[in-house]
Design a protein around this ligand. Structure first.
Ligand SMILES: [Zn+2]
Length: 187
């Protein structure tokens, strides 16, 4: 079994350069998960170890924050034979749309491709809790939290962890060296 980092590297999804992250911070590496998920065979292989990890977790639905979590959550649900839905931002607020429904008290897991600050994961969680869901775990492809316990005792499973150094723009050594950062998110 290859490590998830190796899989990202092989699919040119671990980018090297000078990036502005969604947090506004700068870094010299960026994880572009869609380049892993774009090949269904690679996606299936990458996600497979989570099936075993999630065996003890009770849930019937996988919920992902759009867009990064969608294909990961769908592939995870496919392998686990569960349903998959996603939340998306409406005027900046994470919401469940498109006729996706959650039964009151339904047990769900949240699936996000890369968890860093946990912001979109938590917003997705809040959106489904508001609809009566009980969140039983969080799953991610890559844990970029640096060991921060973001989900208050909630089981958190990931395929692997990576530490990517980030800097405030004013402290960024790449900026100081004269390079211009790019925003890689949806490019
Ligand atoms: Zn910079």
């Amino acid at each position: 079994m290859k490590s998830i980092i190796k899989i990202y590297e092989e699919n040119n999804a671990l980018l090297n350069g000078h990036f502005i992250l969604s947090s506004g911070k700068h870094s010299d590496k960026y994880l572009q998960s869609e380049l892993v998920m774009m090949n269904p065979i690679v996606a299936a292989y990458a996600v497979a170890p989570l099936v075993e990890m999630l065996k003890s977790i009770d849930f019937s639905l996988v919920v992902s924050p759009a867009i990064g979590g969608i294909r990961f959550g769908y592939e995870l649900a496919r392998q686990l034979e569960k349903r998959a839905v996603f939340t998306e931002r409406v005027n900046g607020v994470m919401a469940l749309r498109r006729g996706f429904d959650i039964e009151n008290g339904e047990k769900v897991i949240i699936a996000e491709d890369v968890v860093t600050t946990g912001k979109s994961t938590k917003e997705c969680m809040a959106a489904v809790q508001e609809r009566g869901a009980v969140v039983t775990a969080v799953a991610s492809m890559i844990d970029r939290t640096g060991g921060a316990a973001l989900f208050e005792g909630m089981p958190f499973f990931s395929l692997g962890a990576i530490d990517i150094e980030t800097w405030e723009p004013k402290d960024c050594p790449l900026c100081k060296a004269g390079s211009a950062p790019i925003k890689p998110g949806s490019r």
